[in-house]
Ligand binder design. Structure first.
Ligand code: SF4
Ligand code: SF4
Length: 339
């Protein structure tokens, strides 16, 4: 297994312990936070290991990029702490594993990796995605969801093979060196997790919103400003690539929508409630969903805008019941193009 690039000395010198103090799911005072984190670093039992709901956010909170969440996952796995019941974990590892049936396909730029979201294929449509060639499926699945299952070892074992598949079957024969990642989780895999574990990524990952923003700039003369209020649901996965979050505002500004302030957005975003750990705790999941919906509604938004399909599937029905329209960002952009 590839080892985590984590420096304990940075934590020793850190006096704010932001990774724990900013966590929205643990309420520790600073002294307790530092003590519990020291235990974590030392590889001892810490209540952080069982209190963590695996929301990824402390990867963003740590000002030194010292990978506090990846460390939690490593320690959970070392100590046999399972955020979800072992039978579910085992079945997910089998179900989501590579099936070895990947076929080569001729691709030409722009190329998009749909990862395991082939079910969302139809959403890559219209002028916005003209000429995009796609691939996806279990043999190119980033496997990063296993962070929720205390299975860094599964990611570490499978990711190099997935990268090899992407290169051999698609990119190398076509001489392509850039891939748009349909999901934040994929982009986070290639720009955060892989470097943290010393795994080489031989292509340039492009964030979906980076692609959408620049494509919409090209199509600017065709944009009809929508003139509506929207509320955005930031996904957990984006905590691994917070440098891309500005594209949300950039796109909204381009398509003429207003984003009234939410309590739970940007760094203060809340999990949608669909994360496996939350699903194990019914009240927690219900509470997160309720807080998100009430918060969205309080903005007076007409649309609830999503990036992650899982967030969409978790909250869409409640968004409708609250009088708003749930929509993926790409579809909102297509509306602005009159499509
Ligand atoms: S992981 Fe980051 S925020 Fe947490 S104690 Fe270490 S340096 Fe501080
Ligand atoms: S992953 Fe989320 S819940 Fe877990 S410690 Fe980090 S911020 Fe808290």
């Amino acid at each position: 297994m590839h080892g985590l690039n984590f420096d304990p000395d940075i934590c020793v010198r850190c006096t704010t312990c932001d990774c724990v103090m900013k966590c929205q799911y643990m309420e520790y005072d600073l002294e307790t936070a530092i003590q519990e984190h020291e235990k974590l670093v030392a590889g001892e039992q810490s209540k952080i290991l069982t209190d963590c709901v695996t929301c990824y956010a402390c990867e963003e909170y740590c000002p030194y990029n010292n990978h506090p969440f990846y460390l939690i996952v490593d320690r959970q796995e070392e100590r046999g702490i399972h955020p979800v019941p072992k039978p579910i974990e085992k079945s997910q590892v089998v179900m989501m594993g590579p099936n070895g049936r990947l076929k080569s396909k001729e691709v030409s730029p722009p190329v998009m990796n749909m990862c395991f979201f082939t079910v969302m294929n139809a959403s890559i449509r219209g002028t916005l995605f003209d000429g995009v060639t796609k691939f996806g499926g279990s043999d190119v699945f980033c496997n990063l969801m296993f962070l929720h299952f205390a299975r860094n070892s599964t990611i570490s074992e499978r990711l190099p093979l997935m990268i090899e598949n992407i290169m051999e079957k698609f990119l190398t024969p076509a001489g392509v060196d850039e891939v748009i990642c349909y999901h934040d989780e994929c982009y986070g895999t290639y720009t955060s997790w892989a470097p943290a574990y010393g795994i080489d990524v031989p292509f340039k990952p492009i964030h979906l919103f980076d692609y959408i923003y620049h494509r919409m700039l090209e199509l600017k003369p065709r944009i009809k400003p929508l003139g509506v209020k929207v509320a955005y649901q930031r996904p957990c996965s984006n905590r691994l690539c917070p440098q891309t979050d500005h594209f949300v505002d950039d796109i909204f500004s381009l398509i003429g929508v207003e984003r009234p302030k939410r309590e739970f957005e940007y760094e203060n975003a809340l999990c949608c409630g669909g994360v496996p750990e939350a699903q194990q705790r019914f009240e927690l999941s219900e509470d997160l969903q309720k807080k998100n919906i009430e918060d969205m509604k309080a903005t007076g938004a007409t649309y609830g805008v999503f990036n992650c399909p899982f967030c969409f599937w978790t909250l869409a029905e409640q968004v409708i019941k609250a009088g708003m329209v749930p929509i993926m960002m790409s579809d909102l952009c297509l509306m602005a193009l009159g499509e």
